[in-house]
Design a protein around this ligand. Structure first.
Ligand code: KIV
Length: 277
């Protein structure tokens, strides 16, 4: 891994920008990315040195409890993104443009992207889809807004596919994914997320593209990794795909803490004399 003059990896430079990510790809330094939806979590991620924070529309699932990402609105994404931005000093903050605020209408797509940038102070947006959203991607990028693509399993199209199974296993779909990824790069996207596709295909795309490719369930041959924070912290328990590594079991830890608090309140152990005025 190439280091800066002061021997720090590039990701530890002052502020992470889209240029930093590009440089990291060239230097073969892997990019770390996690989701966050609120001030407190974003502050921890930034302090830990995460490169990219994604204000994902997975907020629809893990924050609001919806089954899919479709119900979350542009206003709700703006609320989450503005909370995250207030906490972040170094990471690049990318915001998902939600379902229904860009599909099929490039002028609407631009006005949604502008609202995200103006009302949150975020640094970039992410959009699901390939050649079918090219006009919107082009229009947004030509307005000076950095765009990250998202291909493979695209949760906003879940009802079209009907399943969360691995994507692009068949040659035709794999070929389309490579075409889409190339088209996103040619439009000027600064990066692409590949979700739940075979590792070899993801590696092939990462090798072909000059822009960083970030994987989730796409193996280790890509330029970086992203996970949903609530999944990797074990706050969610019902979602256990093969690609997920859980670093904590916060559901059980928090439940234990709350049980302890309940017990202390009921038994009048809390508050004690030192915990009052
Ligand atoms: O919304 C999200 O969290 C995402 C990641 C799964 C990449 O798009």
């Amino acid at each position: 891994m190439n280091k800066r003059k002061d021997n720090l990896p590039l990701s530890q430079s002052k502020k992470v920008t889209t240029n930093t990510l590009q440089q990291m790809k060239l230097n073969k330094e892997k990019i770390s990315m996690l989701t966050a939806y609120d001030y407190s979590m974003a502050k921890i991620l930034d302090a830990a040195g995460i490169d990219v924070i994604l204000v994902g529309d997975s907020a629809s699932n893990v924050i609001a409890g919806h089954e899919t990402t479709l119900p979350i609105t542009l206003d709700q994404m703006i609320y989450h993104a503005a909370s995250v931005i207030r906490a972040v000093q170094r990471a690049l903050v990318v915001v998902d443009i939600p379902f229904g605020s860009y599909q099929g209408n490039s002028k609407m797509a631009l006005s949604s992207a502008i609202r995200i940038m103006k009302e949150t102070g975020a640094h970039a947006i992410k959009m699901e889809g390939g050649t079918e959203i090219k006009e919107s991607v082009d229009r947004i990028i030509s307005a000076g807004i950095p765009v990250m693509g998202h291909l493979g399993l695209t949760p906003q199209s879940i009802y079209k596919f009907g399943t969360y199974a691995v994507r692009a296993k068949e040659a035709v779909e794999a070929k389309k994914l490579i075409t889409d990824a190339t088209a996103l790069q040619n439009s000027g996207c600064f990066g692409v997320v590949l979700e739940k596709i075979p590792a070899n295909l993801a590696g092939q795309v990462a090798k072909k593209l000059k822009i960083p490719v970030i994987g989730i369930g796409a193996g280790g041959k890509v330029d970086g990794q992203v996970l949903v924070l609530h999944d990797m912290l074990g706050l969610t328990t019902e979602f256990s795909p093969r690609f997920l590594r859980r670093y904590l079991n916060l559901f059980e830890d928090i439940k234990g803490a709350v049980e302890g608090y309940i017990e202390d309140v009921k038994s009048e152990d809390f508050p004690n004399t030192k915990e009052q005025y």
